[in-house]
Design a protein around this ligand. Sequence first.
Ligand code: SF4
Length: 739
Amino acid sequence: MAERTTQFRTCPLCEATCGLEVTMEGDSVVRIRGDREDVFSHGFICPKGSTLRQLQDDPDRLRAPLVKRDGQHVEVSWDEAFAEVEQLLMPVLEEWGRESAAIYLGNPNVHNHALTIYGRALITAMGSRNVYSASTVDQMPRHVSSGFLYGGPLSIPVPDLDRTDYLLMLGANPLESNGSLCTAPDFPGRLRSIQDRGGKFVVVDPRRTRSAKAADEHLVIRPGGDAAWLAALANVLFAEGLVELGAAEPNLDGVDDVRNLVGPFTAEAVEAATWIAPEVTRRIARELADAPSAAVYGRIGSNTVEFGTLTSWLADVVTILTGNLDRPGGLMWPTPAHQKPLKREPGKGFRIGRRSTRVSGHPEVNGEFPVAALAEEIDQPGEGRIRALFTIAGNPERSCPDSRRLSAALESLDVMISIDPYLNETTRHADVILPPPPALSRSHYDLAFYGLSVRNIANYSSALITAEGPLEEDIIARLALIAGGAGADADPQIIHGMVLDTVLQAAVRGDGPLSGRHPAELESQLVDGSPADRVLEAMLRSGWAGDQFGAEPEGLTLDKLRANPHGIDLGALTPRLPQILSTESGRVELAAEPVAEDVARLQDSLDRPPGGPVLVGRRHLRSNNSWMHNVEVLVKGKERCTLQVHPDDAADWGLGDGGSAQISSAVGSLVAPVEITDEIARSVVSLPHGWGHDADGARMSVASRRPGVNSNVLTDASAIDPLSGNAILNGIPVSVSPA
Ligand code: SF4
C-alpha cells in the first residue's frame, strides 16, 4: 500500500486563493479539505475547492492531444500534434499574413503563473495584434477606469476589507463568487467581521442575493443604473459640503471638474433610472461621509453594463471624495512580493484606441480588442480577416456575446488550435487540441491575484502528481517556435531562455538593488525547477520582498516559500501614494478627458422612458463560468440554470413555476425552465451564464446530462461599453412568454 502523505497547496479555481490540505496515497488523492494553518484562508474553502480530485480523475479530461480527422477528433502523440499545427498554421500565415491570426485567452490564464508568464511569448511569435480575452466580458471597465485615474490598468485599489467600517457593494455577490478583483479567502467571514466590529455593509443589486440577505441593507437598483446612482452620491457629497479628501488630497487633480460633471445627477434626477428614492441616496451619501472609514466596491454586475467604465470610475470617485483612498479601511493598493520598489516619477499615462478593429472600428483597449468583435472579424470578408485562431483556456462560444454567430464563425476558420483540458463547445471547432496538465500536476503561484489581495501574501505550491504530458510553458514554447517559423522540432529551451532573460535583464536595469550585476550570475543562483518556476523565482527574488539574489539574505526566495507550505504573510496593505501613480501628471487624474466626455451619454440616459423587462446574470457557489459543470458533485441536485422571474411578472406573462418560458432578445431566442421567486425585482429576469452543454461534438458527459441553456445566445455583440469595449451582459432588453 502506498504511503499516505499530507500536502498543502493553494486552490487555483477562483480568486480567493484558499489553502488546501491534500491527503495523498502515492499519486492518488484521498481527501481535500481547507488548510487550517494557511496564513490567509485559515481553513476556509468552498464546495469547489475539494473537487480538484474529481477534475484530476475526470474520464472526459483529455490526457493526450486530439486532432480533427474527417470531422472527428482522434488522439495523437504530442509530436504528431505539433507537426499538425505547423502543417495547418504556416500556409495560412504565409498566404494571408500575420494579421490573419488571432488569440483568445480565457479566464483561467490568470490563475496559472506559467500561462501568465508565457502567454506574451506566443502573442509575440504570432506577430498579430489580434488579441482577445475574457476581460472584455468581465472586468475591462475596471482596468480602464484605473488606467485613467492612476495611470496603470493593473493599478486597481481594493477595499481594505479587514479594517473598513463601511462597505458599499454594487453588482457583487461574494457569498456566491467568493470575491473578484478583491482577493480575500473567506469573504463571507470578512463581511461578518465588519458587522461584528460595529460597521455596516450595504448591497446594491436588482436581486436579493445571498450577499444581499447577509447585508445590513439591500438596495434594489434598476439594472444598469449604478453609474447614475454613484454620480448622485457624489452630487450629494458636494451639495451638502461632505467632501473631505483626507491625506490623498495633495495627489488629486480634477476635483472641481468632477463637481461640475456630477452636477446634473441630483438624487431626484436619477430616481427613475435607478429606482432608488432620493432620501435613500442622500442617507447613503451621508453614511459614507460619516463612517470612520469606507470603501465602494463594484464588481461584475456593475462592470458588464452599458456604462461599465463610468460605474467603475465613479465607485472610486465616491471613495476619494469621502477621504478613503489609500488609507486603512478604504481603497488601497496591494504590494505583491514580485513587484519591484516603485519610484516617484511621472509615467506614460494610459491610452485607448491605439488601433481599431477592422469591421466596426472598435478601439483597442489595454492591448486587446473587444471579444464582442471576434465573430465579425472572422466572418466578414476582406483584407485582414481572421483565419487562424489560438484559444488558451477559454470557452468563448459560451462566454461571449451572440454565441450562435460566434459558433458559425469558429467553424469557418481555416485553422484553430486550442490549449484546453476538454473537448467542449469551443474546442470542438479546433483542428488541434493540446491538453494542459491538471491543477494537481503543476506548481502554482498567484502572480495575478496577489496584486489584488486584501493582505500582502506569498504562497507557492509544488506539483503533487506527475504530469502525463508537457507543462503549459513547454506547450506554449513549442507553439511559439512554430508560429515564429522555427518549426515543430525546435527546442523549447530557446523560448525558455528568452523569457527568463527578459526578466533578469529587467532586474539589473536601472538603479535598483540589482543594478550592476550580470543576468548570467543571477541565473546561476536559480534553483532547479520547471521553466516557469525559474522565471517566477527570478521575479520573486528581485521583487521588493526578495533576497536580491543574496544581497538581502532575509528576503524571499522560492526555497523559502517551499519551506513555508502554508504561505508567508507579508502584512496588511500600506499607503502607496504617490509612488503607485503612473499618470503623465504624476497625480490621480479624477476627470481624464475620455471619461469626462462619456458622462454626457450617461446624462442622456436619464431621460429614457421605462422599457420592458431586462435580463441579468447570476452566480452560484457551485459553478465557475462554463468549465466546472462536468463535476457531478457540483451539478447534482436542484436545477440551477433557470429563468428567475418575479411572481407578479410571472402572473402577468402567464408563466408557472417549473414551466417553460421563451426569452427573446434582439439577436436570439431560447427556452428555459421558470423559477418564480420574489428575490428578483419586477421587470428583471435572470439566467446564469456558462451553461448550454448540448453542443454536437463536445465530449463532457456529466455536463451534457444537465446542459442548461446558453444565456449568451441572447447577448448582443453590437452593444458594448464604448470606453472599455466590454460586452453588455446585464440589462439586456428581452421579451418573455410561455414556451
Ligand atoms: S473559494 Fe475559490 S479558492 Fe477557495 S476553495 Fe472555493 S474555488 Fe477554491
